[in-house]
Design a protein around this ligand. Sequence first.
Ligand code: HEM
Length: 137
Amino acid sequence: MVRDALPAGPVTRAPLDENSLAALLERFYAKARRDPALGPVFAAAITEESWPEHMARISGFWRSVLFKTGDYKGNPFGAHLRLAGLTPALFGRWLELFGETCREVLEPEAAAALQHRAERIAESLQAGLFFRPDRLG
Ligand code: HEM
């Protein structure tokens, strides 16, 4: 289903709240799963049956980050460390698609603010994943 159609886009761009966040995440992961670069990474790690569970964890993560709901107890760094084949280029593509989705779903200011948060989180994940002391200097 996810591969056939994107969820219909909203007619008007929304302020950021729990509803628009949920719509945004559905839309983003539908795109990410069918992206030629990102899709295979998700397909290798998450089975069709476990997508609802993955979406619930991701939603909890973002609700905790944005609305301080505290309903995420996890370890994003460890989760990505286990994934084979993550590269800075893939993070670039992730952020590109995320930003595009933010602009489709949210008002411009909210879209820019959320994209900024995602960029900061991606930076810190990548600092942990790709830091190579042997390549300094
Ligand atoms: C190249 C870019 C990325 C790819 C391909 C990717 C892929 C994945 C995959 C496959 C998982 C599931 C891992 C598992 O359950 O074993 C995961 C988990 C997760 N990802 Fe990403 N991810 C990327 C970047 C990001 C970024 C930039 C964020 C946040 C801004 C993020 C947030 C999360 C969170 C919160 C989880 C759940 C961790 C947990 O299990 O508690 N990801 N990601």
